[in-house]
Design a protein around this ligand. Structure first.
Ligand SMILES: [Zn+2]
Length: 378
């Protein structure tokens, strides 16, 4: 493959906007990812560059969000709170109002859209905006720490540019805002792998939600059991997701890389290591199509930062695949541990863990294959 043009989205301006200190969403993650990859020399050199985000224009925001919602969000951000805003989820404990909220949300989202435009123009083949990935926001709803749905907007802009868009969401929570935005469309396929919605916010994303009308079969939800570990996750990816991607033949990927499915995340109950993300990115790169990657959830800061630095290192062509990933025989770790490299050490999996994950997972995969594969000639 020819050298990739890889773009990392960042500016110090992003750091001005912080959720309240007690909120789990900590925007310092991006700054720390940037520090690590910069210290590794991965922000410069052939085929790599850093680009600053630009605020999304209102006319673009209105492709997905209602004027009423945008007005309420802007007013709340400026200190004019009203009950109408609260009715749209603005000012809840999940989506608090804080100083500069509107400007911060529109700037972070803008990073993703700068990336989408660079992909459309051919200026970039791999883009990473760790400040993006707000997949829960609805047209008229703030939800799950998300106000402006940058990923839905990016898919829209890429589809408007004539691209077949594959949206892949590996955040531990269902990518509801994006899935429902394209629920009846077949030019954007959405695939979300997430913890079983019976056990986690937002409570949607069941396997029978497969799209409607022209979009039937183009919305894919893979609910995963609590405790899902690397090998089980990759089975779901390889047995179900990869054949669907191949059948869809995307022109471009939008990849929401929330890192809250990693073991040790305080808001979820999965058992992954970042080796899964590395493997998935390598699978996506093998299609030789542009990839727009965003951040998302990820509430264990160290693990999230390391996962995203690893993601960038692969996206920008400095593959650390050969990096030693030591497994100390028999050492059981409750959490992942930084060994100095970016890859997590592999986590041991007990038979008990396998027994609690595999039967439910296999049943889900069989049902999804039965319902989805015939719709795609598989
Ligand atoms: Zn999440």
């Amino acid at each position: 493959m020819a050298r990739r043009e890889s773009v990392f989205i960042y500016s110090e301006e992003l750091e001005k906007y912080q959720y309240p200190p007690e909120h789990p969403f900590n925007t310092i993650r991006t700054k720390r990812v940037r520090e690590i990859i910069n210290s590794m020399g991965l922000l410069s050199g052939a085929g790599r560059k850093e680009v600053a985000p630009e605020p999304v224009e209102r006319i673009v925001l209105k492709k997905f969000h209602s004027a009423r919602y945008l007005r309420a969000l802007k007013e709340a951000s400026a200190g004019k709170f009203n009950t109408e805003a609260l009715g749209m989820g603005i000012g809840t404990s999940d989506c608090p109002v804080f100083e500069g909220l509107y400007e911060g949300a529109v700037l972070a989202a803008g990073g993703t859209l700068v990336g989408a435009k660079m992909i459309l123009s051919g200026e970039a083949e791999a883009v990473f905006n760790p400040s993006g990935g707000f997949h829960h926001a609805g047209p008229e709803r703030a939800s799950g720490f998300c106000y402006i749905n940058d990923v839905a907007l990016a898919c829209m802009i890429l589809a408007e540019g004539g691209k077949r868009v594959l949206y892949l969401d590996v955040d531990v929570h269902h990518g509801d805002g994006v899935a429902y935005a394209f629920y009846d469309r077949h030019d954007v396929m959405t695939i979300s792998l997430h913890q079983n919605p019976r056990t986690l916010f937002p409570g949607t994303g069941f396997e029978d939600e497969i799209g409607s009308g022209e979009g039937k079969g183009y919305c894919i939800n893979v609910p995963l059991p609590i405790g899902t570990y690397d090998e089980a996750y990759m089975k779901a990816f390889e047995v179900l997701v990869l054949p669907l991607i191949r059948a869809f033949k995307p022109d471009v990927f939008v990849f929401e890389l929330g890192a809250d499915a990693l073991a040790g995340d305080p808001l979820a109950h999965m058992h992954l290591t970042n080796n899964v993300y590395a493997e998935i990115i390598n699978h996506l790169l093998s299609f030789e199509k542009p990839i727009l990657t965003t951040g998302g959830g990820g509430y264990n800061l160290d693990n999230t930062v390391r996962a995203w630095a690893l993601a960038w290192s692969i996206l920008c062509g400095a593959d650390t695949d050969k990096e030693v990933s030591p497994t100390i025989g028999g050492v059981m770790l409750g959490n992942t541990e930084w060994q100095g490299g970016l890859r997590d050490r592999t986590l041991p999996v007990t038979n008990q863990q396998k027994d609690s994950v595999l039967p439910a997972l296999n049943e889900t995969l069989e049902r999804l294959k039965t319902n989805l594969f015939p719709l795609h000639g598989l």
